[in-house]
Structure formats: structure tokens, C-alpha cells
Design a protein around this ligand. Structure first.
Ligand code: 5GP
Ligand code: MN
Length: 339
């Protein structure tokens, strides 16, 4: 764990500052919940705060409070660049290396602002003056709660902030079931409900958002599921054509990787998703037990993440990517059988 010197930070934030807050590219529930929750907290504390996302985010997150103000870098490069140039502080949330921010990497590397990092991924970079890094935390949203607590700001918690933070804790813990979910997580959740987070409504807004074509796409994923029982591994592939045929929109494949991991006795699941526009195969890795998908993704796929959830990419074709993956897997047989 790396902690922030709160006395020092509070001194710096004693007067109103211009603050920009950045989530990672392709932001998920934790990235959007944490940035938007923190943004509202900082505004209520008297600062001028703004979330700039590297690219657009899925529609199932667009109901979150504060969403209207999010600036999308890919759509408003000039305005976003100016905000970054003028910022006194830049908070980076739910990632720990500028390379996770797509085209925002260069503007961030050149920024003169004071950086604050709040993140739970492994191997943090050292760009921030103030770093709060804890790989044992279930979510950045839980960390933002502790951050607000340490800034003596819990009295600012309202329904909007609580809704944002509840959302990210819920999505990053698979609704409070992954190993990273602690008793403290549940205590934080209780505080958020008391402060106005409507838990039933949040679950419905995130999870009950299926459309017919999205369910059909899930059917394709189920059909494409391949099992490798000798490695306790299951994988799914989705071609660009299969996505196009089902009116694919950002976020529609969210959670599909977990289908493989729900097989009894299986400890490693992968989804390969073809993205013709970016010329990549996006991969998501999930594991149970000791097998570290963070190490696996770093080693082979220019990626990373957490022990049990990580991402990566490949720049060869979908078929070639799967072939290569299958040729790598035998090296991990022992680790997978022991996980
Ligand atoms: P997902 O598979 O849902 O994209 O990502 C799983 C986890 O790994 C998330 O916490 C995400 O932030 C992280 N992650 C995804 N892709 C990458 C990557 O390329 N590099 C690193 N360091 N982390 C990633
Ligand atoms: Mn997260």
C-alpha cells in the first residue's frame, strides 16, 4: 500500500483549485463511478472540477449523476487540451500508467499540474506527487470513499456521490462476490446506502439493460465457448462480423468472459474480441485462485490488471491470436492445475 500525506494535500487544497480528473480508456463502472463521485466531492469542497475521459463510455453508465459534464477527449481535443494545460491538479483514477489513456498519454506526460493517483492495479508508475495505491482494494470507488474520509469530507456524501461510488464497487466486485470484497467494503456500502444510494435501482440500471440483439449476441458467445479441461481453461471468441450482425455497441460484451469461469472446476477464462477499427484483438482474462492473469497478460499481451482480472491485446488476426494462445498455454499447465 502507498498512502497519501493528507496533511500536506489538505494544505494544498485549502484554496479553490482547477482540477481535472481522468479515468482510463474504455472506462468501466469503477472508472466512471470513481471519477464522477470524486468530481462532485471536489466541487462541493469549493474547487472547479471536471472529468475528461479518453474516449466515450457505454450507455449503461450514462445515467450516472454528473454524466452531463464529462468531456470526451476524442470528441473535444482542443477544449480538453486547454483544461489540462490550465489545471492546477490532475487526479488519475482506476489506472496507474499513462499508456492506459490512449491518445491522452502525451498531453498527460507533458502536463505541468500536480498529479494525484488513486488506484488498485498492480505495479504503479511514479508520476504522481500524491499516490494512493492499494492492490488489495476491491475497487477505486472504495478507495475514493476512504480518500474522502481521510480528507475529513464524509459530511459531503450525498445521494449522487454515494450512487457513483456504490456503482463502481458493485461492478468491480461482481456484485460483492469476488475475493477482493472485504468486510470493510460492506461497511462502506452500508454508509453509501444510508447516504442515499438506491441499491435496487442501481443494480437494475446497470444489469437490466439487455436488448434483444444483445441477448442474441450472448447466445453467440455461449455457442463459441471452447473448453480445455486439461488446462481448466475456457475461452470465447467474437469476430467483428458476429458483433456487426448483432448491432454491437460499446459495453455489449461486458461480463461475457465470466461465462467460461462459471464452469465448475475451471480456473482460467479468456475472451478474444476482434476490433477491426483499431486493428487489434482485445482480450480479457479472468482467473480463480492463485493463477495470476496480471502476470500472464503482461508477459504475453502487452497488458495487465489484477491477479484475477486483466486485459491485453494482440495485433495479429483473430485465428492467429487464438492459435498463438493455444501454443503458450502448455507452459502454464502446472500452475493452472494447482490454482
Ligand atoms: P477488462 O478485461 O475488463 O478490460 O479489464 C480487466 C482489468 O484489467 C481492469 O481492471 C482493467 O482496468 C485492467 N486492464 C485491462 N486492459 C489492461 C491493459 O492493457 N493494461 C493494464 N495494465 N491493465 C488492463
Ligand atoms: Mn477498478
Amino acid at each position: 500500500m502507498i498512502a497519501i500525506d493528507y496533511t500536506q494535500l489538505q494544505k494544498e487544497l485549502n484554496v479553490p483549485k482547477k482540477i481535472v480528473i481522468i479515468p482510463h480508456k474504455n472506462p468501466d463502472g469503477d472508472a466512471m463511478g470513481s471519477t464522477q463521485g470524486l468530481c462532485r466531492f471536489l466541487k462541493k469542497s469549493g474547487h472547479e472540477a471536471l472529468v475528461i475521459s479518453p474516449n466515450d463510455y457505454p450507455s449503461f453508465l450514462k445515467w450516472l449523476p454528473e454524466t452531463d459534464d464529462v468531456l470526451i477527449f476524442e470528441k473535444n481535443r482542443k477544449e480538453a487540451q486547454k483544461k489540462i494545460d490550465d489545471a492546477d491538479f490532475i487526479f488519475t483514477l482506476d489506472f496507474n500508467h499513462f499508456s492506459r489513456c490512449g491518445d491522452l498519454e502525451t498531453p498527460l506526460s507533458k502536463a505541468k499540474a500536480t498529479f494525484v493517483m488513486i488506484d488498485h492495479h498492480q505495479q504503479p508508475d511514479t508520476y504522481a506527487k500524491y499516490t494512493y495505491s492499494d492492490v488489495d482494494m476491491c475497487s477505486t470507488c472504495e478507495m475514493v470513499y476512504h480518500f474522502i474520509e481521510n480528507m475529513n469530507g464524509l459530511d459531503t456524501l450525498d445521494a449522487e456521490i454515494s450512487t457513483c461510488l456504490y456503482t463502481g464497487i458493485m461492478t468491480d466486485t461482481g456484485s460483492f462476490r469476488y475475493r477482493s470484497t472485504s468486510s470493510t467494503t460492506h461497511r462502506v456500502i452500508a454508509q453509501l446506502i444510508d447516504a442515499g444510494a438506491d441499491n435496487t435501482n442501481i443494480h437494475e440500471s446497470i444489469y437490466d439493460t439487455n436488448t434483444y440483439s444483445k441477448l442474441q449476441l450472448k447466445g453467440v458467445a455461449l455457442k463459441n465457448l471452447k473448453l480445455l479441461p486439461e488446462y481448466r481453461t475456457a475461452y470465447i471468441s467474437m469476430s467483428q462480423k458476429e458483433l456487426d450482425d448483432h448491432n454491437f455497441k460499446k459495453g455489449d460484451t461486458e461480463g461475457f468472459v465470466n461465462i467460461g469461469l462459471s464452469m465448475q472446476g475451471y480456473v482460467f477464462a479468456i475472451i478474444f474480441i476482434e476490433n477491426k477499427q483499431e486493428g487489434i484483438i482485445k482480450m480479457s482474462f479472468r482467473s480463480k485462485g492463485e493463477f495470476s492473469v496480471n502476470e500472464f497478460a503482461r508477459q504475453h499481451y502487452n497488458g495487465g490488471g489484477h491477479n484475477n482480472a486483466a486485459g491485453g491485446r494482440s495485433e495479429i488476426s483473430l485465428d492467429a491470436t487464438i492459435k498463438e494462445f493455444l501454443s503458450i498455454l502448455p507452459q502454464y499447465k502446472e500452475a493452472l492445475l494447482n490454482s
